[in-house]
Design a binder for this molecule. Sequence first.
Ligand code: SAJ
Length: 428
Amino acid sequence: STVCVHGLGYIGLPTAAMLANSGHDVRGYDVDDDLVASLRDGDVDMNEPGLSEFVERALDGGGLTVVDEVAPAAYHLVCVPTPFDEAERRADLEYVRAASRAVRPVLREGDTVILESTVPPGATHSEMRPILEESGLSADGEFGLAHCPETVLPGDIIAELRANDRIVGGLTAEATAASVALYESFVDGEIRTTAGPTTAEFVKLIQNTARDVNIGLANEIARLAHDYGIDSREAIEMANAHPRVDILRPGPGVGGHCLPIDPWFLGDGSDELDLIAAARRVNDGMVGFVVELLRELVPDLAGKRIAVLGAAYKGNVDDTRMSRGLALARELQHGPEALAPATDGGVSDSASVAVHDPHVSDATLDLRDLDDATRDADAVVVVTDHDEFADLDPAELAERMAEPNVVDATGILDLGRWRDAGFSTRRV
Ligand code: SAJ
């Protein structure tokens, strides 16, 4: 079939390439002219394993054409960002509306429009439908409209695009069937259908909310265990031996562009969230807990040199959105107020912080190499579970640092080795 993919980011680009490599005739469209130009040159500026080759194959094979104008197509797949409006604590749907306005003039009877972007429950119906129907065609049968949320894990996108189950919710049975037919051409997982897009939207949000709330539980357990002077990770491992208990890993909080945001989409700006909002607070508070652990080793942080290892939001990726490492660096430099958007803090005991991340190259961040970040440091704090950090040599670091102190917020360090090398240690 002919497919026009709207939005060539983390989801749209791999999906467009997947469709092209599965035999479809795909047009990839993006409003960002620079992105369109670089993709036409075969440049994929995303550090996702295997993605460049995969996109190259789609471009070279002719299945994927990158266009700067929306083309008529049997399917329109909308994969645009839905940013979080922090002040309102709700989704900003302007890109979804803009994509709908872009489809409207080329929409024909019998075409199917599928929204993949994460949206609050009801948005396909209330935001997309009216704009598309301004074409004069009705979503009640003249064209198809469906929501099919993406669920891929950054770092493993191509494999998960094929393997994951999908949920399809069409406004009509025909829209659902047409969408299923498209996904069947590349999905090995099960494709589940539900009547109406709202359930599909809701399911996506509760998946990410479930993970966030469960991480919140692990994080609160870590703080409690610390109060009792016991090791949370040993306790959690023992608890998880029970057949019906599966506690996740505590850490420095939850980063990325999905888990810290999607739970708020569920509430859609209302005050309805209770447990879910509490879990968000617990997870956001973990940066403060990491500072508490650090102060147990370095009580007065004023003028001390702290090396923060990890700017990516999780291990082995280069994405720094909602990074806990960068949040920690800000808090150490400017105090906890720095994390609240409205105030400009600045505490007297600010430390001097150097951030190192072997996966991230971002000129807007003042990142240092490992030597530079740890030289004369009074402590290192490991905030991201990159493989490289598990392999750090504590003896070598001890020689370079002013004081051998380490806080592991991720649980990847073998702290016994660090103590043998003379380190004082703390762990979330
Ligand atoms: N984390 C913990 N403890 C854990 C697991 C994760 O602290 O036990 C932290 C990570 O360090 C990271 C954050 O949570 O900061 C999120 O990482 P993640 O790997 O759990 O998830 P994401 O944000 O990379 O991707 C999620 C996935 N959702 C679920 O697993 C339910 C993915 O499948 C979704 O497609 C993606 O959100 C999305 O786009 O919505």
